[in-house]
Design a protein around this ligand. Sequence first.
Ligand code: AMP
Length: 363
Amino acid sequence: MVVGILGGGQLARMLALAGHPLGIRCVVLDPADDACSAPVARHLHGAFDDRVLLDELADSVDVITYEFENVSLESLRYLSSRVPVYPPVAALEATQDRLDEKNLFRELGIETPDFLPVSSQEELESAVGRIGLPSVLKTRRMGYDGKGQIVLKEAADVAGAWEQLGGVPAILEAFVPFDREVSGIVVRSIEGEISAWSLTENIHADGILKLATSKPHDPVKPIALDFATRLLEHLDYVGVLALECFQIGDRLLANEFAPRVHNSGHWTIEGAETSQFENHLRAVAGVVPGSTEPLGHSVMLNCIGEMPPLASVMRIRGAHMHDYAKEPRSGRKVGHITVRTADADYLRQVTADLCDLQKSGCR
Ligand code: AMP
């Protein structure tokens, strides 16, 4: 079995690593010279819309998947005329535009923050009149890791804000004073069987995920699973899906979903019977996914900018290091560290030790 992946970053690297013991090989397509999955997968080096390379990819694989949202739909549609593509192209299409995504949530009865489309400064002012302040103005397309958004706190922030965001189609969302951010990571097989990992609690800083903690038996997991199930069934989805939500009181409001393996699910490599990477490959390959049961408690720290020294990581009892072998660069995700433990008290203590490794801290 050979799986083609559009994108050759760390998600493709971890997919390929999960595939090796199963005898599943991966071929990645990526324009970067130093794609970090290249050491563990065959690398087709070039643009995502290069028809010659797309043909070579389609000829070399049994099924195609993708590891990031901004893949061209045209390329994916072209590939899907030649070879099965999972998750379905419609899932990717919905996530490429924040307005379509929020409208889909609404159509499926998935609660979201209030939102309105905005395509001029005038529309922004009228939307602020209806939604109120504080609120968040986000570009409809190409936003990730907190990029392409402005928080509007007071009336003075509204003047010129649409221009400041680039004068592109946008949405205005109510700012949610959330108690915490959580994500539900789920997998659906070709036969339509759904399983969910433990809910993950996420801490972001500067729009980037810093810390993800697994929450076995979390009381709001059934809400996240219900929301995710509506999406999976509506889209006739195959593979792993991540749904990011804000929790406020005992309610969840969906923020966005990712039609792929997700950073907040990296702890599943050590912290679950089967990781999100293995199960994504199994699902798209048409093989039954494995158990998503947790193995104790887990916490994952993202390494942003540069990796901490191996020796300092290994001094932490139970630490598992994942160095993506990327060049250090400010704001870049270069690796992660997971600790899994049966002891909830140790988890609290080790979370503080992990945060100390990261110069910019976790909060
Ligand atoms: P996003 O690009 O939509 O995932 O947003 C990145 C981060 O910005 C989220 O993880 C939140 O921490 C914050 N954020 C985004 N939208 C809102 C909102 N409507 N209310 C409060 N915080 C938000």
